[in-house]
Design a protein around this ligand. Sequence first.
Ligand code: CA
Length: 235
Amino acid sequence: MMTPSERSNGAEAHGTIVVVEDDHNIAELVDLYLRNAGFRVLQASDAQRGLELVAQEKPNLVLLDIGLPGPMDGLEACRELRKTSDVPVVMITARDDEVDRVLGLELGADDYLTKPFSPRELVARVRAILRRAEPSRRPSDEPVTVGSVTVDAQRREVTTPAGEVALTAREFDLLAHFAENPGIVFTRQQLLDAVWGIGWFGDERTVDVHVRQLRRKLGDALPLATVWGVGYRCN
Ligand code: CA
């Protein structure tokens, strides 16, 4: 008998997704919908096995439940994953306080879903993230300078006079959006639409969290202003 983790639709798949979820019913439902949407799905029920699958299979995206059995929860697994991979990660949270931790911990997750979520919403999010992850969507090849920060979209490198700065994928995309549109005031919703994608269901404090991280990492080199009552502007 094949285990769920061995089932796939192979060569015709639109991409491979590793699902790390210990709740069997949720895992099966997610598996079903993603496979019906044309993805190859590999399942793991704990973080260790999930990390092994990611290393072996080089998936296009990882769905990672926070509450996992064993010594490593989903938050730690995401942090561990980020040491070696920039694969898009969607965290699955069970409670609002877990959302706060995902947003606050700078784990490098790309998105999150709160249980209960509809399988359709899941598939829509996965597709949106994979579209964004395509390298061809980068609008500019030339490095752009804003303040004393240089953003090289092609190499995905950020440098200041003090040297190169490591950003998460989403922090980079937000910075690149500011750098490509100097002097323009964006509302938080406009930034969500532009950087996280239209149809992203998260709330606006996500933007504030990422702006805070950019300011912390880039300091005075980045002229990123809060426009009170409106949003943010960089120039
Ligand atoms: Ca769980």
